[in-house]
Design a protein around this ligand. Structure first.
Ligand SMILES: Cc1cc2nc3c(=O)[nH]c(=O)nc-3n(C[C@H](O)[C@H](O)[C@H](O)COP(=O)(O)OP(=O)(O)OC[C@H]3O[C@@H](n4cnc5c(N)ncnc54)[C@H](O)[C@@H]3O)c2cc1C
Ligand code: SF4
Length: 589
């Protein structure tokens, strides 16, 4: 029997970027807010000080900052007729745990999604007609346009010290920035990072092929900077131990030194770490949340009553919490009815590794998580879907995120997989190689979804979440095209040998690919096809709000945290200025 605590106004589940932004924005209202984080507290000093911070085995191989799969994991299968099995080792994706969540060990590539991404269905139909959409594809609009979200993108970019170059300022296209982006009202707060050799070569080659390269927007600060909340960033020193690592310099924007300390200055805000929320409690008619049940650090079951519950536990955990708490109708792939778990999507790949002669020196040991040159010529709807034969696209880029001793050892095709010849090939290739690759959109399909596993439970006794996912024909075509374009760029760069790659077929959860899991609690204008309305409020339970990439109706050819951060600011605005003034459904059904 859980111990019942005195009520609070707002309970926040999970304390990464989204929970941190919501806490910062809402704490100033004076309401009593408690945030629950299942992992440990974290600060740059002492957690990420040199030299221990660069321990590649601890952080990259043994995934010290990420979830413990002996406690919680999910089961996986490719298709609905298979039996799913628990993912006992982290592989394809690396969800975070602890204060700051995955925002501590991310790379920091920080996009605005393209205008098409926010209105994928209506823009596709108006250009090509409904007939272009495959029967099993569930293409949907977000219920909010890029233009509506633009001021909130700007807020997140300023909070996170983004370094980049605008390509579309108030409608004026600017060479050297991304000319395919939606109109921005202001420049990035910081100039781009210093280009690496790989970026310079990519820029030259893609320009000569007629494309439009630009430096990827980076949450690695290119100079010392103070954000609008007064948080100070130091300049990135390109240490190369960035993705999967904390930042020793407070140069990589991370919630633990930006939004979270601001929230914690408010006496009405409390953070409870090592506190695992088990479920969201509901009243007897299932129309209102009454709070959360959680395990405190000693393993005691506690009940925290709250007027508002904010679910900000990362895309996959958001869906699990809603399914387990029976909030919203679970999706049934047989009937197509129900919404929670519907439209799960992932990220596509495909690329080429370019091997050069000894005269080309690439210095891969220097780098930063988001140090790359990209182009969107085949992303969003920058090109013709009808001619290409698929919907969606991907950014294509080359960069220098850090050639670390254990993880980075590209070798040309035909090299043995081990032994002295392999070692010789690693030495020969290390300083003369560039990877060119794509991050592809993945559309949502009737047969790709999340539900509760009928067999396996986690260490807390809850059914694990089951993922049913595979890439579909549309994505295979897009990835093959991206691979071929990447190979053509590698050739133009002057590569002597080119090795091309695609993800495993069928999709495998074993090798790392991307932690860009999306969907399952999607936003939209129709309660029959979405879990939350455009303010990220659950249609069926108006005092529950969900934030994170679980609200994306399909995935874009870009990293998700720019829109995730923008949507968190957008939702905080709606809570403060709409819901708190008049609690209830913000959009009538
Ligand atoms: C290696 C890696 C590289 C990445 N690089 C990029 C990049 O370059 N660009 C980009 O845009 N994105 C990147 N991402 C993705 C990015 O990290 C996420 O989009 C972002 O961190 C999501 O923020 P969030 O607040 O939704 O979730 P998280 O940051 O995951 O935070 C959720 C928090 O909730 C906690 N939690 C979960 N369940 C519970 C529970 N039941 N009770 C209590 N607490 C709970 C977790 O412990 C976690 O701390 C990367 C991710 C990884 C892993
Ligand atoms: S590369 Fe830059 S931002 Fe990344 S961890 Fe090193 S200093 Fe920090």
């Amino acid at each position: 029997m859980a111990t019942k605590l005195p009520p609070v106004d707002i309970a926040i589940i999970g304390f990464g970027w989204t929970g941190g932004i919501l806490a910062k924005e809402l704490a100033s209202t004076g309401l009593k807010i408690v945030a629950f984080e299942r992992g440990k507290p974290r600060t740059t000093d002492p957690d990420f000080l040199e030299p221990g911070k660069d321990d590649e085995i601890r952080f990259a191989n043994r995934t010290d900052l990420m979830i413990d799969t002996t406690q919680e994991t999910l089961t996986f299968r490719n298709t609905g007729d298979q039996t799913a099995l628990p993912m006992r080792r982290l592989g394809s994706f690396l969800p975070g745990t602890g204060v700051g969540g995955a925002g501590v060990h991310w790379n920091g590539v920080t996009w605005r999604f393209m205008e098409w991404d926010h209105e994928a269905y209506s823009r596709t139909v108006s250009k090509y007609g409904k007939g272009i959409i495959p029967a099993d594809m569930q293409l949907q609009d977000w219920g909010i346009s890029y233009a509506e979200l633009e001021p909130y993108y700007d807020m997140f970019e300023k909070t996170a010290a983004i370094s980049g170059k605008a390509g579309n300022l108030n409608g004026t296209k600017i060479d050297g920035g991304n000319v395919f982006e939606g109109a921005r009202k202001s420049e990035y707060p910081n100039p781009p990072l210093v280009w690496s050799q790989a970026m310079t070569m990519f820029d030259k080659a893609t320009r000569s092929l007629g494309y439009h390269p630009f430096p990827s927007p980076a949450a690695n600060a290119s100079r010392a900077y103070t954000n609008p909340d007064g948080v100070k960033f130091n300049q990135c020193h390109y240490c190369g131990f960035c993705e999967r690592f904390g930042c020793e310099a407070d140069a990589k924007a991370s919630p633990h030194f930006t939004v979270i300390p601001i929230a914690m200055k408010n006496p009405n805000f409390e953070l409870r770490t090592r506190s695992q929320v088990l479920k969201i409690n509901m009243d007897s008619d299932g129309k209102k949340a009454t709070g959360v049940t959680y395990l405190d650090p000693l393993g005691n079951e506690m009940e925290q009553p709250a007027d508002i519950v904010i679910v900000s536990a990362f895309a996959l955990n958001n869906v699990h919490l809603l399914l387990y708490s029976k909030i919203g109708k679970a999706y049934d792939p047989k009937t197509g009815e129900g919404v929670v778990g519907r439209n799960y999507a992932y990220q596509g790949g495909g690329g080429a590794t370019a091997f050069f002669g000894e005269d080309v020196i690439t210095n891969p040991f220097m780098g930063a998580g988001a140090l790359s040159m990209c182009m969107d010529d085949f992303n969003g709807d920058s090109y013709d879907f009808a001619k290409a034969g698929y919907i969606g696209g991907g950014g294509i880029s080359a960069g220098s995120s850090g050639g670390r001793p254990i993880g980075y050892h590209p070798t040309p095709p035909g090299t043995p997989k081990w032994g002295s010849d392999w070692k010789k090939a690693v030495v020969a290739a290390y300083n003369h190689t560039v990877g060119v690759g794509s991050q592809g959109s993945v559309m949502s399909y009737r047969q790709n979804y999340l539900d509760l596993d009928p067999t396996y439970t986690d260490s807390f006794g809850r059914p694990m979440m089951r993922m049913t996912f595979d890439f579909q024909d549309n994505e295979w075509k897009q990835m093959a095209a991206a691979r071929d374009i990447s190979a053509a760029i590698a050739k133009e760069m002057g590569a002597k040998v080119i090795a091309t790659s695609l993800p495993a077929k069928p999709y495998s959860v074993v090798p790392y690919q991307s932690t860009h899991n999306t969907g399952g609690t999607v936003m939209g204008a129709d309660p029959k096809t979405s879990v939350v309305n455009k303010y990220l409020q659950v249609w069926d339970v108006p005092n529950v709000f969900v934030t994170g990439a679980s609200v994306f109706p399909q995935n874009a050819g870009k990293n998700p945290t720019g829109p995730v951060g923008a949507l968190a600011y957008w939702m905080a605005d709606a809570l403060k200025n709409k819901y708190l003034k008049s609690p209830g459904a913000l959009i009538p059904t």
